[in-house]
Design a protein around this ligand. Structure first.
Ligand code: NAD
Length: 389
């Protein structure tokens, strides 16, 4: 039903709120944050200032937010390990849910959440905000317009991911624990959902090397490098993902040409603005394309969240599908976990997972239940609970 304003409750007030949800929720005039919950008192205080809230709009327990009648939608930005109960309770309270990525750390849970949303007739969207970065919007438009013909291979270079810690007032290093559900690939799952979106199809198979050479000195339990090949019904994607300093950008090959995109200071998606963007036709003729950058990279990121929120608002008000669906969130999760399984077994993994697969049921905690290949790089790096196995 159309109302004047979409009323929002925010659950979790960490770093992603500062540069993402904060600008979105303070920019859109018909979307209003009315309450915020965070278990860390210092984060509630920070949120209070950011959103100009009163003390009675701050909560320690998210359930108090779900009890507020006027709230239409909750945005769940806690670390993924804690999403399940919050999202289930939100649907039980009749709230739409916008979830941070990844949807969960476990496919079986993702599936449970999606089913619950469907049964309740509520919207369940993902913060897949890279759809709204100008470079990806423009690449997608060119592919849709057939500028390079049929899309054959998408190469996503993400080797310069900066390893930013989480909010200092909470647990800054949670991304490096098993509770994160994976390492750099899980954290930068943006590349994974983008590969499906750019290919315009759902992934069927994945194979990968998954290792931790950068962090070998700190007895890592999750990866800092993942090299994936993904098969689609008609075409392939490769994702090269790493914390560290390395190549960023995207190269796409089509039947009639190619597209190349690179970032300022040779950086990686999410960390700087795109500066080089051209297509080459089948006669090897180059055409440069202007990019609709804002003044700074921070502005580009903020706009991506604002446009994503506007898209989710419209999905609620018009009863339409958001661009970033929870089902896409589950598929991205399974591709990432499939890469981990491939790294451990040395074999190609068929997608989606069978529902009785240990990794479908338990995420990376299920990896110890599968047989590791003796030459596996993932095993020799002792990732995902394989230390001492
Ligand atoms: N879309 C993006 O580009 C993007 C960017 C960064 C992070 N994220 C995602 O956002 C989520 C949070 O990441 P972050 O970097 O903001 O983490 P963070 O560590 O900075 O913040 C997490 C916050 O959640 C709070 N919290 C934890 N458990 C809670 C609970 N049960 N109830 C209420 N609050 C709780 C903590 O107190 C903390 O304030 C992760 O899932 C991450 O993957 C997405």
């Amino acid at each position: 039903m159309m109302t004047d304003k979409l009323k929002v409750g925010l659950i979790g007030c960490g770093n992603v709120v500062s540069y993402g949800h904060r600008p979105a929720l303070t920019t859109l005039e018909d979307v209003e944050l009315v309450a915020l919950a965070d278990i860390t008192p210092a984060r509630r205080e920070i949120g209070k200032e950011w959103f100009n809230l009163d003390d009675d709009q701050l909560y320690e327990d998210y359930k108090d937010i779900l009890a507020i009648d006027e709230i239409d939608v909750v945005c769940v930005t806690v670390p993924q390990k804690f999403r399940r109960q919050i999202v289930l309770d939100a649907f039980a309270a009749g709230k739409h849910v916008l979830s941070e990525k990844p949807i969960s750390n476990i496919p079986a849970i993702a599936s449970e959440l999606i089913q619950t949303a469907d049964d309740a007739g509520l919207k369940f969207g993902m913060v897949h905000n890279y759809h709204f970065l100008p470079e990806y919007r423009q690449i997608k438009q060119m592919l849709t317009d057939g500028v390079i013909g049929d899309v054959r291979v998408a190469m996503m270079h993400f080797l310069g991911v900066i390893d930013y810690p989480g909010a200092a007032e909470y647990q800054a290093d949670w991304r490096h624990t098993m509770a994160a559900g994976g390492g750099v690939l899980m954290d930068m799952i943006h590349a994974v959902y983008l590969s499906e979106w750019l290919m315009g199809a759902q992934a069927e198979q994945v194979m990968a090397f998954v290792d931790a050479p950068e962090y070998a000195h700190r007895a890592p339990v999750i990866e800092d490098l993942a090299m994936l090949q993904i098969a689609f019904p008609t075409g392939y994607a490769s994702i090269h993902m790493g914390w560290g300093e390395g190549t960023g950008g995207v190269d796409i090959t089509g039947s009639d040409g190619q597209i190349r995109m690179r970032y300022k200071d040779y950086q990686t998606s999410g960390f700087n603005q795109p500066v080089e963007f051209y297509s080459v036709d089948k006669d090897w003729k180059r055409t440069d394309h202007a990019i609709t950058n804002l003044e700074t990279h921070t502005d580009n990121i903020a706009r991506s969240f604002t446009q994503l929120w506007a898209n989710f608002r419209d999905a609620i008000w018009n009863n339409s599908e958001p661009l970033a669906t929870a089902k896409a969130g589950q598929r991205a999760l399974e591709i990432a976990l499939g890469a981990y399984v491939s790294g451990v077994t040395g074999q190609v993994v068929k997608l989606p997972f069978d529902t009785d697969h240990p990794v479908y049921q338990k995420g990376i905690d299920g990896i110890v239940d599968i047989e590791a290949w003796e030459h596996s790089k993932t095993k020799s790096a002792s990732l995902f609970g394989l230390r001492g196995k």
